[in-house]
Design a protein around this ligand. Structure first.
Ligand code: PPE
Length: 307
């Protein structure tokens, strides 16, 4: 169960958590016509707090809305301000932030017509997505029997609600089969991403990740590529077959929720030493240092606030 907070920002106002409700004929409930974001706030070592890459997340939210044709009644700066106001109202020094833009109730039928576009921002405490142990020991995953979206079937750059049925299918199958998470292959059979994460592999000290053709341009992905390059590692975007992952030295997922989660087994094959690899560990240390405000070189990624 998600841990309740006091307030949710809903269409411009902070309302009590239990009163942030919608009608059952909400268009998005029927047709998946919504877009969302996942953002994290971290408690910093100086006692303040910071939201990680907040402005960029809100820009991606507006881009997602644009892709599926929703006109958002708030601009980026209003959404940024609303996020900080919600975290403060909930007294959260750290937590997960979930903005959602969706087509509300009005007319039924696929065409959203003049239905209202509603916006909410919820915040709550959320620990490690795949468990604390996952961050240290790594997880077991399988390549899904479900294919990731073709770019011209679902818009893969839109973090749209409807897109995530594909993720739900993959994740549910993986968990039912005894795995922690799924790796999804694209319609050509190449590695795309996790159900809610980007993916990286390490081979001979080079870091590889699939190009952005048909995967979400993750901010954790971008942060990891930047940190690795700044540490002197070669970073390449490359089309990868699943067999490249099998023989990699390390494989790991990145995402706001998943942070940097090492993968120790894929399709019953042990990856590397079968535990978090050295580069994954190094990048985790760097990343957690950055989000906690311990590295002034990347302070521009942080939106500070005080509870
Ligand atoms: N790919 C997908 C499909 C995805 O959903 C995410 C984030 C990413 C990549 C990584 O993007 P970024 O967070 O900007 O590094 N998934 C969000 C939702 C997860 C959920 O289960 O809900 C998240 O991590 O917040």
């Amino acid at each position: 169960m998600v841990q309740k907070s006091d307030k949710i920002w809903f269409d411009g106002k902070l309302v009590p958590w239990d009163e942030a409700n919608v009608h059952v004929l909400t268009h998005a409930l029927h047709y998946g016509t919504g877009v969302f974001e996942g953002i994290r706030a971290y408690e910093c070592s100086n006692g303040k707090s910071a939201v990680f890459r907040l402005e960029e997340h809100m820009e991606r939210l507006l881009d997602s809305a644009k892709i599926i044709g929703l006109k958002v009644p708030f601009d980026r700066d209003q959404l940024v301000e609303a996020t900080v106001a919600t975290l403060k109202a909930n007294g959260l020094k750290a937590g997960y932030v979930r903005p959602l833009v969706f087509v509300g109730a009005g007319a039924m039928g696929v065409h959203p017509g003049q239905n209202p576009i509603q916006v909410c921002i919820a915040t709550w405490p959320w620990g490690a997505y795949l468990g604390e142990e996952a961050l240290e020991k790594g997880i077991r995953v399988k390549c899904s029997s479900f294919t990731r979206h073709h770019v011209n079937v679902m818009m893969t750059k839109a973090k749209s609600c409807g897109n995530y049925v594909n993720s739900v299918l993959a994740k549910t199958e993986a968990v039912a089969d005894g795995y922690d998470e799924a790796i999804m292959l694209d319609p050509q059979g190449y590695v795309a991403e996790g159900s809610g994460e980007n993916i990286f592999m390490v081979k001979d000290d080079v870091l590889y990740t699939p190009p952005l053709h048909n995967v979400l341009g993750g901010f954790t992905r971008d942060s990891v590529m930047t940190l690795a390059a700044d540490l002197g590692y070669e970073v390449r975007e490359a089309t990868l077959g699943r067999d490249m992952l099998y023989i990699a030295d390390e494989v790991f997922f990145t995402g706001t929720a998943a942070e940097i989660t090492p993968i120790r087994e894929i399709d019953r094959r042990t990856i590397g030493e079968g535990k978090a690899g050295p580069l994954a560990k190094l990048l985790q240390a760097e990343f957690f240092g950055v989000v906690k405000g311990e590295n002034p070189d990347y302070a521009f990624w942080l939106h500070e606030y005080e509870v």
